[in-house]
Write a protein that binds this ligand. Sequence first.
Ligand SMILES: C[S@@+](CC[C@H](N)C(=O)[O-])C[C@H]1O[C@@H](n2cnc3c(N)ncnc32)[C@H](O)[C@@H]1O
Length: 310
Amino acid sequence: MTHLSVMASEVVSALKPQAGEVFVDGTFGRGGYTRALLDSVACTVWAIDRDPEAVRAARDMAGNYNGRLQVIDGCFGRMDHLLAERGVNAVDGVTLDIGVSSPQFDNPERGFSFRFDGPLDMRMSASGTTAADLVNEMEEEDLANLIYRLGEERHSRRIAKAIVKARPITRTGQLADVIRSVMRKSHDGIDPATRTFQALRIAVNDELGELERGLRAAERILKPGGRLAVVAFHSLEDRIVKEFVKERSQKGQGGSRHLPETKQSHEPSFVDVGRRMPSQAEVQANPRARSARLRFATRSQAMSWESEAS
Ligand SMILES: C[S@@+](CC[C@H](N)C(=O)[O-])C[C@H]1O[C@@H](n2cnc3c(N)ncnc32)[C@H](O)[C@@H]1O
């Protein structure tokens, strides 16, 4: 259950850490980015994760860094609140590595994978709605729409119908078999259950909502000159990051949270936007890196577009 960090050296290059600076790693996982930052210069990292196992791993690691690694159990969508509660109101860099970690994916008990049988859970944190709750309780049409939208699955209606017929579904293996029973084997060798599992995972963890909140929270907490570096694996997630940095790096009009009907004009809150793909050597060593995209940007002097936390 090892976890190979993806694009860690590119993330550190984008964050340009200097001694004495303060960073947020919003997705600690097994600490690949945090370790790379802490080992590069004498900086401090606030590591956030919502997975209790990741938080335990972070606390173990903190002992090696003499106060330079601080650990928070929580969601990165609230990073500005979480840090303010601890007396930190501005930081020099924020990084996010969106998605599931290998230890989460490879543990059948977490229920993320159709490759192993386990309870149909998929929660990154220890609480909230499970994937079993969704497949057993949603209306067929809502389930089909969820699988279509978050899994980009063309056969979502057929799959939702089969799921509803097979209820109750409590195991990953059972769900995968139900999906496979109504789908033709694909020529590219991709398991027919892939997209449905992805859709359920994104829904269970509100991954897209968290990403949007996380980007806005990063905008609020980054100092002028602070750096943002986000790695995404999935086109839905990468699109959110791309559109956020594109919008925020132009002059724009946005609504006020207090007065949504009032349009405000905004100066660009991010400059020097860039993008990197993984190197061929990394993709060869770790095929999971294949679809990774790093997007980065530097916080300008301008006020954040939304001053209020959601
Ligand atoms: C792909 S892994 C990160 C791997 C990490 N960069 C490393 O090198 O080990 C994603 C991690 O982010 C966590 N995570 C995902 N969404 C989160 C959120 N909204 N708030 C906090 N943690 C989150 C997951 O629990 C998981 O541990």
